[in-house]
Design a protein around this ligand. Structure first.
Ligand SMILES: Cc1ncc(COP(=O)(O)O)c(C=O)c1O
Length: 404
């Protein structure tokens, strides 16, 4: 893969006609190292967030050996690539075929569930195995996250307590998991959820072997500057102390976004400008889903192939290349006010749920990639300080210079 020291050098060397995923694997490694060193338990990388080989390798090289997977395809990819990996099937609804394959073909033992029907499926598909690690998914409030992950999955406390009780005698190890919602902006969400787990342990009278605090750890986007990650680690460590569990209880987390958001940006070209609207060659059916309905505002900078863009910034919205009006990204994305057709835009922080969600809709699909060696446009991880970054330092180091 070609390597450049910035998106600007890439544009000047290649003048690409299709969108390019610009990878910064070092950023994924740096974030992974922070989590491995600072989270008080095991890190399971949520593979769905970004399964590109370069990113998987960076996360693995940083010391992550466990993976939260959602499908047989992910299980197959991870077990082939990393023979030392342990995969945990944390999707609460799975087909019988997939459960059976995961158990018998790939040796998976960790399964999440949030209903009695799913328990029945897991038991029958594994021939009533007696070495299952079962994790009950609890629904938790979503006061602070951009994307709710407790509407579709997760049990209410009473039903959760009943299922927990039932699973105690069936599971080798028994756990509870939850997801506070993606891009969780307030560490207290983890405290609230862990206190719900405490109430569940008390009401069910069951001992737990695993508490899995899920994903949700934030990344830094314009207009969304979360508290430092140390505040999340502190809140979790404090809340865990209140749990009536033994020393042997394992603590897991399944971060996705926070590990890889900074590890890619998307380089697009402007095909047309209509006032404050830029028609670009990638969109919500490509690498920019989160800029659509979820309305994430990504950092962006304009790059002119020859010459310079204006130093004055203006607010723009984007239209993607497909015929669908939903292929719209409201922004505002702040860019040089004289940007126009033929200019490029580097859209930063697209490493999480970016290229992983590309479709071929309308025939637009680009798998072109390049490696960049410069810093991500925004970061939660100060260079060299990922292990001991004091919370008082503030959350962000910003690198928003106009590249032209
Ligand atoms: C079960 C599960 N774990 C972890 C994650 C990763 O979440 P995040 O990217 O917010 O850290 C997700 C995201 O959808 C998920 O569904």
């Amino acid at each position: 893969m070609d390597r450049f020291n910035s998106a600007r050098s890439l544009v000047r060397a290649l003048a690409p006609t299709r969108p390019i995923t610009c990878l910064r694997p070092d950023a994924a490694a740096r974030a992974s190292r922070y989590f491995v060193r600072n989270f008080p338990g095991e890190i399971l990388y949520a593979v769905k967030t970004n399964p590109m080989p370069e990113i998987l390798d960076a996360v693995h090289n940083a010391g992550v050996r466990r993976y939260d997977v959602a499908s047989i395809t992910e299980i197959d990819q991870i077990t082939r690539r990393f023979p030392d990996a342990r995969v945990s099937y944390m999707h609460p609804v799975k087909s019988r075929d997939d459960i059976g394959q995961a158990y018998f073909k790939y040796g998976v033992r960790d399964f999440a569930l949030d209903s009695g029907d799913e328990l029945e499926k897991i038991l029958s598909a594994t021939d009533n195995a007696d070495d299952l690690n079962l994790l009950i998914r609890l629904a938790v409030p979503n006061f602070h996250a951009e994307l709710d992950l407790s509407a579709k999955f997760g049990m209410a406390p009473l039903a959760g307590a009943e299922l927990l009780f039932k699973c105690r005698s069936l599971a080798k190890r028994l756990g509870v998991c939850f997801h506070v919602g993606s891009q969780c902006m307030n560490p207290s969400a983890y405290g609230t959820a862990i206190h719900m787990v405490r109430d569940l342990i008390v009401s069910s009278g069951v001992t737990l072997d695993i508490v899995d605090v899920g994903g949700g750890f934030p990344s830094a986007y314009p207009h969304m500057e979360p508290p430092p990650l140390n505040a999340y680690m502190g809140e979790i460590a404090l809340a865990l102390k209140t749990l009536p569990v033994g020393d042997g209880c394992e603590i897991w987390a399944e971060p996705g976004r926070a590990l890889v958001a900074e590890a890619a940006s998307t380089l697009v070209r402007v095909d047309l400008r209509r006032d404050g609207f830029l028609y670009i060659n990638d969109g919500t059916y490509g690498s920019l889903f989160d800029a659509g309905v979820p309305g994430f505002i990504f950092p962006a900078r304009a790059i002119r192939p020859t010459g310079k863009v204006s130093g004055r910034l203006a607010a723009f919205s984007f239209y993607g290349p497909t015929c669908d009006s939903l292929d719209f990204m409201k922004g505002p994305f702040m860019l040089a006010d004289d940007i126009g057709e033929g200019d490029y835009i580097e859209i930063g922080l697209t490493g999480a749920y970016g290229s992983a969600m590309r479709t071929h809709f309308n025939g637009f699909y680009s798998d072109e990639m390049a490696l960049l060696t410069d810093a991500p446009m925004l970061t939660m991880y100060r260079p060299g300080a990922a292990t001991d970054w004091p919370s008082a330092d503030g959350p962000l180091r910003q690198n928003t210079g106009n590249a032209s």
